[in-house]
Write a protein that binds this ligand. Sequence first.
Ligand SMILES: *Cc1c(COP(=O)(O)O)cnc(C)c1O
Length: 389
Amino acid sequence: MKKTIELAGRVKHLPPYLFDKIDKLKKQARAKGVDLIDLSIGDPDIPTPAHIVDALKAAAPKPEHHRYPAYEGMLAYREAVARWYLRRFGVTLDPGTEVLSLIGSKEGIGHLPLAFVNQGDVVLCPSPGYPVYTIGTMFAGGEPLLMPLREENGYFPDFSAIPVDVLKQTKLMFLNYPNNPTSAVCGRGQFMEAVELAHKYNFIICHDAAYSEVYFNGKKPMSFLEIDGARDVAVELHSLSKTYNMTGWRIGFAVGNADIIFGLGKIKTNLDSGVFQAVQEAAVAALETDDSILAPLRDTYRARRDALYDGLKAIGIEAMRPEATFYLWAKVPARFNSESFAVHLLENAGISATPGNGFGEAGEGYIRFALTVDVGRMKEAVERMRKII
Ligand SMILES: *Cc1c(COP(=O)(O)O)cnc(C)c1O
């Protein structure tokens, strides 16, 4: 007899997946043979640099890599991370206690609350924001509290709007700059404000720096760990995914406060067994890459950004000109909301983009375009939009 298989509450009560409708329409459009311009995917369209692929090829046959890796990552990898940090940010890290490998930064975000959040603890999450912050919190039994990121505050949370009794129950806060989806970059003063608050109310900060290397105007985004006192309260998560076009490889790292790294490591050693060591060797090659090889990549995104930003401006769509990330955050025209505009673009222009409310209620009224098609296609996307606006 067929049994009813009940989902656990934590899965049943997941918030509805807001991109469902768009995904279905996208599939339908493709099935109908529409020449879809897909600006909805946060995944680089450019391959991993060849010397990184070659390092994997050289490492893959080594028998020592065919056994279980250590969950915390090879010492050689953690040392390469520490060298990269010093070179890039001037921050010194102890590879023994302040660096941990991750199976992509998503894994670290998802597991961090399990290590530190008790039932009912508050976790402050940006809205709009990367969905894993709230979902990871809920899986751990915590209470996500959304901090709206508003244009007038430079897409940084207004901490003064958070009630003191909430701050007293807070265990963890997620921040993410350069920011997905808004592309906002933030400065030293804003990070200092966050560190001060975490000290005052005794909570952990997890800064997600997945886009620290995807910047356009020579102004390098800073590390959260450059702030005095940050190491007492914070970890920073990085990923090789966006920097080196390695989303499929699944490798990233957490750095910072040794106690937080230890706690996250406790979860990892009980749930996963780390990253294939050949991938770690390739990641060492990536981290040792001269920064100049990233210049053409930045030029590519910059050219696409300009094609899209200038084009949107010319047809009357207001947007923020991104200084970093490969996203462009635009206001939807007044007669639409996020979802109706995304549907309109799909059905009438063959363009898919991501409705802003899918990243949280505070994203309503916006749409996110990913800069993951070439300039020619980008210009065509603008041309198609011009005809239907
Ligand atoms: C892409 C992304 C990640 C996850 O990247 P991984 O591939 O898991 O390393 C994390 N945070 C943000 C904001 C992202 O956009």
